[in-house]
Design a protein around this ligand. Structure first.
Ligand code: G3P
Ligand code: MG
Length: 259
C-alpha cells in the first residue's frame, strides 16, 4: 500500500492541534503541533448557518469561544461566519490567546497548503449541510485530493458510517477512517470503505484487536492518548499511530523511531 502505514514509526496525530498546551482548533494550536513535528493535525468540522466549514469540536460555541452572547453562544449552525468571527477562540484557554479566531477549513488550507498532513473529521453531519461535498470541493480547490489519494496527505474520519459512505460514493479512492470500537467479528466489514479504524483507547484495544484489523488491511489510530503509560500500551498493542493532545510527549517517547 502507498499510505503512511508503510512509515517506519507510528503516526503522531495532533488532536485538535497541540491542544494540551494551546487553545484547541486555533492557528496557535495547529502551528505549535507542526513546530513539534506531529505527522498530522486534526480538524473537527462544523458548518455555519451560511454554509461555511469551520474547525470546531463542539456543536455550540459556548465552551471554546468568548464574546457577545448573541454571536458567541448557541449552536454553530445558527450563526453566520461573520458572527463567529467576532468571537475569541482563545481567551477561554488563556488571556494571551485572545486574538485567536475560529478558523475556517479554507483558511487552514491557505495557511498550510500542502506542507502538512490533515486528519479531518466530519462531525455530526446533517445530510442537509452537505458537509462532505463542501469538503471535497475544498480539497479540489487546494489541490489536495490527489495528494490525499496518493500519499494520505488528507485522511477523512468520522463516527458516522453514513458520512464516510457518502464520501466513498463520491470518490472511492479517498482514504477514510471509521471512528469507533467495532467487535472483532465486525472489524473486517469496515474494509469495504475505510483504510483504518480510530477506536477510543482502552483495554479492549489490545494486540488481538489490532491484529484483527491488520488482517483486513485496516490501520489502527486510537484516540485520545495523553499519558506515557497509555502511549506505551498502545504501541505495545501494535497501533499504527494515535491521537494525542501532547505531540511532544509521544514524539519524545518514540525517540529514534521518529528520527
Ligand atoms: O478523531 C479522534 C477524536 O478526535 C474523536 O473524538 O470527540 O475528540 O472528536 P473527538
Ligand atoms: Mg475529532
Amino acid at each position: 500500500q502507498s499510505g503512511p502505514e508503510a512509515a517506519a514509526a507510528p503516526l503522531v496525530v495532533a488532536h485538535r492541534g497541540a491542544s494540551g498546551t494551546r487553545p484547541e482548533h486555533t492557528f496557535a494550536s495547529y502551528d505549535h503541533a507542526i513546530e513539534l513535528g506531529a505527522d498530522y493535525i486534526e480538524q473537527d468540522l462544523q458548518v455555519t448557518s451560511d454554509g461555511v466549514l469551520v474547525d470546531m469540536h463542539d456543536g455550540t460555541l459556548n465552551r471554546t469561544t468568548r464574546g457577545d452572547a448573541a454571536n458567541c453562544t448557541g449552536a454553530v449552525n445558527t450563526k453566520t461566519l461573520a458572527q463567529i468571527k467576532t468571537c475569541s477562540a482563545g481567551s477561554w484557554f488563556g488571556a494571551e490567546y485572545v486574538n485567536e479566531k475560529v478558523p475556517t477549513l479554507e483558511e487552514l488550507f491557505q495557511r498550510y497548503g500542502n506542507t502538512v498532513n490533515y486528519y479531518i473529521e466530519t462531525k455530526q453531519p446533517d445530510p442537509a449541510d452537505h458537509m462532505e461535498e463542501k469538503l471535497l470541493a475544498l480539497l479540489d480547490k487546494y489541490n489536495l485530493r490527489t495528494a490525499s489519494i496518493n500519499n494520505w496527505q488528507v485522511l477523512i474520519q468520522s463516527f458516522s458510517a453514513d458520512s464516510l459512505k457518502t464520501v466513498h460514493a463520491m470518490d472511492p479512492r479517498l482514504p477514510l477512517i471509521f471512528l469507533g470500537n467495532p467487535s472483532l467479528a465486525t472489524i473486517p466489514s469496515y474494509a469495504d470503505y475505510a483504510v483504518g479504524l480510530g477506536p477510543s483507547f482502552g483495554s479492549s484495544i489490545n494486540a488481538n484487536w489490532v491484529n484483527t484489523a491488520h488482517a483486513s488491511c485496516l490501520d489502527v489510530h486510537p484516540y485520545t492518548i495523553n499519558t506515557v503509560a497509555n502511549m506505551q500500551a498502545a504501541l505495545a498493542a501494535g497501533v499504527d499511530g494515535m491521537f494525542t493532545n501532547f505531540s511532544d510527549l509521544l514524539i519524545g517517547l518514540l525517540g529514534d523511531r521518529k528520527a
